[in-house]
Design a protein around this ligand. Sequence first.
Ligand code: FNR
Length: 352
Amino acid sequence: MGDPGGSWLAGLPARAAGSMSTPLREYVEHGSGASVTAGEATQAWGRLRLHPHVLRDVTDVDPSVALLGRTSRAPFGVAPTSLQKAVHPDGEVATARATAAAGAVMVVSSNAGSTFADIAATGVTWWLQVYLPSDRTLAGPLLDRAVEAGAAAVVLTVDTPVVATWHPTQALIWDVADPAWTRVNFGPGHDDQPGSEKALDLGPHDIDWLRDRTGLPVVVKGVLRGDDARRCVQAGAAAVWVSTHGGRQLDRSVSTADALPDVRAAVGEEAEVYVDGGVRSGLDVLTALAAGADAVFVGRPVLHALVDGEAGVARWHAALLDETVEAMRLAGCRTPADTRELLPDTRQERPH
Ligand code: FNR
């Protein structure tokens, strides 16, 4: 392996911890409630058991995938996370440069601290993540700016009717944060307007509305059940994204590794299915693909790598891709599609 792979990736959180203030570290790492879901995420991938192929030529492995009609050179991308400018002064732009060079997708948080125009100027393929406000019309300017700057999709986060409580030991990062680190793509005074709070009444019609409003494919992030996934697809979603928000919303939610096969079975091939949560190694990526994901997204490790700016995120991309290719070879898989045969029982359709 080119990079000392596993060990470098495995050592990321500890190395990053030394470069973050306590409030920032707590903000990045925390889970909600008793952190049951956050704590189980990685272990849940480790509980799945693969049935590898042998006697297959794995000289040429192609880990690329087509996501919403565009090629991603890796079967994993960058999940939306806020406060990247608190981690490194170049913030989202550093992540975008490294992700553009890696040929992967970056999902940009609506709370980003870099402008959409600056992110887009890196040439990265990027998708906008949004939370819809009570008064949907207030989302208009943000959506327009993203469309104008060339967002290729909109990711609607649906697991956050309210932000779940957690209990930092020190000041909340928001209380010590520089206002320039966040929400620069909203107009001034946006958050003071009545109706700007997160919507409590999201429904399938919002998927349709977002698609009409932006003309972009809509991805629904935060789905954990097959029946909900079907409703998303029927409402026009191009993809559903299995996520517990990194264990930061409803604690005691099922792990994404356990929810993914049901969602894939419910959606079939009518829409793309993505997953995130606790993916830390190439073996985790392989396992997630085997369990039915078209692509895998990663949150906290990108922030850990971003401590070293663009170079850190570039190294993270390279290390995870190296590990993914190694895992694919060991499993006898030349392409991500081949991995679907590694977990035979998850391919069965289940009634919903
Ligand atoms: C997030 N996540 C998130 N999700 C989202 O839809 N919008 C957002 O602004 C954020 N912000 C955010 C900040 C931080 C610090 C973290 C750790 C997470 C959730 C994120 O997109 C993703 O679902 C999880 O992080 C995936 O789990 P892992 O890879 O962190 O285990």
